[in-house]
Design a protein around this ligand. Structure first.
Ligand code: PBG
Length: 326
């Protein structure tokens, strides 16, 4: 007598059956779309290393946000490129800074139809290109906290929903939370780049945001990609400091950490599919080695499958288009 065989092909027999048993979903609602806005820019500038990504002048921001919302994407992540950089990163917390202006303009035009998130970091704003303030040639963690907190408060005044600290300074979430609460912004949420790794996948972003360190590297503050338990300690610290949403960054080479975070904690988990992940797909598809749409879809589904609730991705607009069509 032969035993019945488990035939999983029965669940794959037709398009409709496959839809019925599909275990992971992907929607434009899962996306947070990065937007780069540059001070004193006359017209859009293409980012050399990131096909189809542009830096925008302030005047173009509302148009861009309109396009993003029309595609069903609920949220943006703003990055600013200021005209003036100095040692203390002062244009980061200027109430009339480029990010602050963009936030208030978007808020005025779109009200609560959008979740406005903004990067809170200093590397675009410091002459050193480092994410913190230098003192005696070393990053001064606690001095930097003060500047990060001021930056978050100035973004809150402009009307941001969610501040997103990416500087990897120890204690940045509690410093920002305290400053926001003290200034009456207890409704502004924090999505921290909790486990942001010292990654080679950020290279194209540094071209997009002009924020490469002028000397040295970010090894003293970003998580080594060899240390998964250290990454979990970062996530745990941020939760203890009162973070609202944690982030694992990058995404594709760090799916294990997304899954681990989802298993261990109950906070919403975001994943940042970074510039290098985008550039690899774009370059390979331009050479005809892979199909861009198919590969993008598979990558984004993998990030969701690992356990991310939301994805910051440069594919947001193109993926929303093909998801709307399918
Ligand atoms: C800077 C910052 C970086 C990214 C986001 N914020 C670069 C870095 O840490 O060097 C990378 C994002 C990407 O590569 O898409 N705080």
């Amino acid at each position: 007598m032969s035993f019945p065989t488990r035939r999983l092909r029965r669940l794959r027999i037709s398009e409709k059956m496959r839809e019925l048993v599909q275990q992971t979903s992907l929607s434009p609602k899962d996306f947070i779309c990065p937007v780069f806005v540059q001070e004193d820019l006359q017209s859009r500038v293409k980012v050399q290393s990131m096909n189809e990504i542009e830096r925008l002048p302030l005047d173009d921001v509302n148009d861009e946000v309109g396009t993003i919302l029309d595609l069903g994407i609920p949220s943006i992540m703003l990055f600013g490129i200021p005209s003036i950089k100095d040692e203390s990163g002062s244009s980061a917390f200027d109430d009339n800074g480029i990010v602050q202006k963009a936030i208030s303009q978007i808020r005025q035009n779109f009200g609560d139809k959008i979740v406005i998130m903004a990067d809170v970091c200093l590397c675009q704003f410091t002459s050193t290109g480092h994410c913190g303030i230098l003192h005696n040639n070393k990053i001064d963690n606690d001095l930097s906290l003060d500047t990060l907190a001021k930056t978050a408060v100035s973004q809150a005044k402009a009307g941001v929903d969610t501040v997103s600290p990416s500087a990897m300074m120890d204690g940045q979430v509690s410093a920002i939370r305290k400053a926001l609460d003290d200034e009456g912004f207890s409704d502004v949420s924090i999505m921290s780049h909790s486990a942001k790794h010292r990654s080679n996948f950020y290279a194209p972003f540094r071209d997009a945001a002009e924020c490469a360190p002028k000397f040295g590297d970010r090894k003293t503050y970003q998580v080594p990609f060899t240390n998964p338990r250290e990454a979990m300690m970062e996530v745990e610290s941020d939760i203890n400091e009162g973070v609202d949403i944690v982030m694992i960054k990058p995404a594709l080479s760090y799916l294990d950490l997304i899954a681990e975070t989802r298993r261990r904690f109950n906070v919403p988990v975001s994943a940042y599919s970074v510039s290098g992940e985008y550039a690899l797909v774009k370059a390979a598809s331009q050479l005809g080695y892979v199909n861009e749409k198919d590969i993008t879809e598979e990558i984004l589904y993998s990030i969701k499958r690992a356990g991310a609730d939301m994805i910051v991705t440069y594919f947001a607009k193109s993926a929303a288009k093909f998801l709307q069509e399918s």
